[in-house]
Every structure is written in C-alpha cells, then in structure tokens.
Design a protein around this ligand. Structure first.
Ligand code: BJ8
Length: 422
C-alpha cells in the first residue's frame, strides 16, 4: 500500500492507534476471505478495495474535497443518496462493524446497547476511521432509540443533520417523509453551495438505480442450484457498495456478474452439492462484520441471500425515473424509500412477506434470524416472524450476538445442529 500517513495526519487521525487497527485487518481478512476455495477471479477487485480501504478511496475523497466538493457520512439506508450525489457531494456509509471500536464507544455510551452504535461512535471519538474524519457533515435519522440519542453525542465532533423518519406508513407519514427529504435537500444545497436541479436529480436517480440493478443481477446469480459465489463474498460486495466510487463499482460488479453467469452455464459451484442453503435475515452487517456468514459457511452451510440493510433492503426497489418536475422526483424518492421494511416501523408485516418470498425465490432450506445484541426492534419482531415461518413450515433459528468472537464456538455448535435437521 502506498504511504498515506501524511494524508491521515491531515485528517487529524490518531496514527498510533490506527496502526494497531491496520495490523489486525489483513490477517483477519486472510482468514475469513482468502482461505476460500475456488473464488471467482472478479473478487480480486474487492480484495484490492479492502487492501486500500483506508488508502486509495480516502485519497479520492480528499481530492474531491480539495476541488471544493463535500463528503457526507450516513448510517441508514433510508437516507436518500440521490440528494447527496445530485449536489456533487459524495455519500459514504459510516456504520461501524468492528469490535476494535467498541471500547472507545463504551467510554461515552452505556455498555448495554447495540455494538453497531458503540462501534460507530467509537470509530469517531478514537480518530481511527478516515471516512469519519473526511465527512463534512453526518446525516442521522430517527430510527431506533440508541441511534437517535447517539447523534447528540456525535454532534459534538461533526455537525449532524437528523432526518425525522416516521415509524408508521400512513398517508400523513408519507407527507412528513416528503417534507423531511425537502429539508434535507435544502441542507445539502446550503452545505455544498450547489443547486439541485431537475436534471441533476434525475441523473443521480439513474446512477444510483444502476448500482441497485447490478446488485440485483449479482443476487440473481445466487438463485442458481450451484452457487457461483459464496455468501461471504456477496456480503463483502454489498458492504463495499456503501462507499466505493459508483461508476467503478458498477463496472467491476457487472464484470463479476458476467463471470458468475458463465459459471452457472458451466455448472461451477463453490460449495459441495447438498450444502444447506440459508437465508439470513435481521440487523445490518457493517464492514468488517463477517462473523455470522463466516460461521455459517465454515459449519457446513451456505448463505444464498440476506434480507438485511446490507442485503436486499439496500437495493431491491428502484426509484421511478424520468419524472418531469422536481416535486414528482421527490414523490418518487418518498415512495421508494418508505417501501423499505425496517423493524423500526410498526406494524411491519411487509418484512414477513419479504422473508417468505425471498426464501422461496432463493430456494433456501432454512432461515437464520440474526440480531445484534440489545437491538430491541429486531429481537422483539422475531416472535411475529417465527409464527409466520412456522405456519409456512420454514425452519428458522435465531442468533443474537455482538462483534466479539467469544461466542463463536457455541454458535457453531448450534448451526451444525440446525443444518443437520434441514
Ligand atoms: S433501515 S435496520 S440501517 S435503522 S443501530 S436498529 S442494529 S439497535 S441499524 Fe438500521 Fe436503517 Fe433500519 Fe436498516 Fe438495531 Fe443497532 Fe438500532 Fe440498528
């Protein structure tokens, strides 16, 4: 990797602590990813992205800022990237997925909240995440209580704009969300000094739809009898989609899909025949949280789909294109985004329908319901999901876990018993 120390210094990072983070990641990546057999050639691009995760992309963000551009950090798939990109700003997903950041998060947060929140806050206050350090503004949202209150803490470090997300989907909630998108637009225009015009927004909608479509194409390859790609690799690609350069990501992922489709034609798979096919549903897996996928795929299973925000919830629906007026475009954004079925909503029947539909579409054998520790919305919602899956005769097992590897052995034993039963 090139020397980025001067760049990191200019971002006011804690270099000593950051060195420690850089020491552990390559070994971890090698264990989890490079140990896989028969990986598609196209995965080399994503290996490269990871090897440069705090380097090249940060340099690109820095170049953008040197040219007067802005960088915005987001934490939820409800924040419309189209608004950010149409003002010539760059949006990056900032959710923390590493145990490394949890102790710093616990300095300012209670211990008994979700690790994603602790890691995100810890990443900022430890000064070891160059993406956080590059952000001119953060965008929060009123989803779960833990996140909502964490924004007040993060605001002491970087200005944050909070979008008030309704928790129901009635007509007046739609109106409210539309107003929130407009307020966000004003804020982004003020920050960047760029006017969001019909043409610019239309172009951004098309660009981000292209990203969604290539992810749909990737996921479609996972419906094949012989899986051309592991669940771990597919998860990695979705995680990278949150911060990579859009055009490059789309091109590289199209190329990978060409290869995967050729594999399907030839009947090349990455797992032995009759490996149980698992649909994972639940809380998002922020990079580098690969724990559950790794455990599933080293315990005799394969992951065929994720009903998560680092899975189908991120790209399943596209925004209607070619609306004439700005107002119609904002309506299209409102409709698309309020269609996401997050457990923060009540009721949230749509998610149950999605899980059953995806289970069938991907020809899965069982469902792993994964929730991060202390995530109330997803853990409470399990009861309703389980009842519905039981009715359909779909086997399901719940795993509640954090980022530490202490419970790995125990989870592995439970997974093996579950797969045996399928
Ligand atoms: S749309 S899932 S990205 S809110 S932080 S809710 S794990 S306790 S992330 Fe989310 Fe948007 Fe919904 Fe998706 Fe639970 Fe943790 Fe809260 Fe979390």
């Amino acid at each position: 990797m090139a020397d980025y120390r001067e760049l990191w210094k200019s971002l006011d990072m804690d270099l000593e602590k950051h060195d420690k983070l850089c020491e552990v990641l390559p070994e971890f990546y090698e264990d989890v990813y490079l140990s896989q057999k028969n990986r598609p050639e196209g995965m080399n691009y994503y290996n490269f992205v990871i090897s440069e995760v705090h380097g090249l992309r940060i340099k690109e963000l820095d170049d953008h800022k040197q040219n007067g551009g802005k960088v915005l950090g987001t934490f939820c798939v409800f924040v419309p990237d189209e608004i950010i990109f149409s003002a010539d700003a760059i949006g990056v997903g900032l959710c923390g997925g590493s145990d490394f950041w949890v102790p710093d998060g616990e300095k300012v947060l209670p211990r008994n909240i979700c690790p994603l929140i602790k890691a995100s806050v810890g990443a900022k206050i430890s000064g070891t995440c160059p993406y956080f350090q590059s952000a001119d503004m953060l965008v929060g949202e009123t989803t779960c209580d833990g996140k909502k209150k964490a924004w007040e803490i993060l605001n002491d470090y970087t200005p944050i704009h909070v979008m008030d997300l309704p928790q129901m989907k009635r007509e007046n909630d739609k109106k409210h969300w539309k107003d929130e998108i407009k307020l966000f637009m004003d804020k982004v225009e003020e920050l960047t000094g760029n006017k969001i015009t019909e043409e610019r927004l239309n172009n951004a909608i098309k660009l981000i739809n292209r990203k969604r479509r290539v992810l749909q194409r990737l996921y479609n390859t996972r419906k094949a009898d012989k899986l051309p790609i592991s669940g771990k690799d597919a998860l990695l690609i979705t995680q990278i989609a949150f911060y990579d350069d859009l055009e490059r990501f789309i091109q590289k992922t199209e190329e990978l899909c060409d290869e995967l489709e050729r594999r399907i034609e030839k009947g090349v798979g990455v797992f032995p025949e009759n490996t149980p096919r698992i649909l994972v549903t639940g809380t998002p897996m922020a990079i580098p949280n690969w724990k559950i996928h790794h455990l599933i795929e080293t315990s005799g299973g394969s992951v065929v789909c994720e009903e998560t925000c680092t899975g189908t919830r991120y790209f399943e629906n596209t925004v209607k294109e070619n609306n004439k007026t700005l107002d119609e475009q904002i309506d299209a954004l409102t409709d698309r985004y309020l269609n996401i079925n997050c457990a923060c909503f009540t009721p949230n029947e749509g998610r149950i329908d999605d899980i059953i539909r995806l289970y069938k579409e991907y020809n899965a054998d069982g469902v792993i319901y994964n929730t991060l520790s202390f995530c109330h919305t997803y853990s409470v919602e399990y009861k309703k999901v389980k009842e519905a899956l039981d009715k359909e005769g779909i086997p399901v097992m719940m795993i509640e876990s954090d980022y530490s590897l202490q419970d790995s052995g125990q989870i592995k034993t439970r997974l093996e018993a579950f797969f045996e039963m399928l």
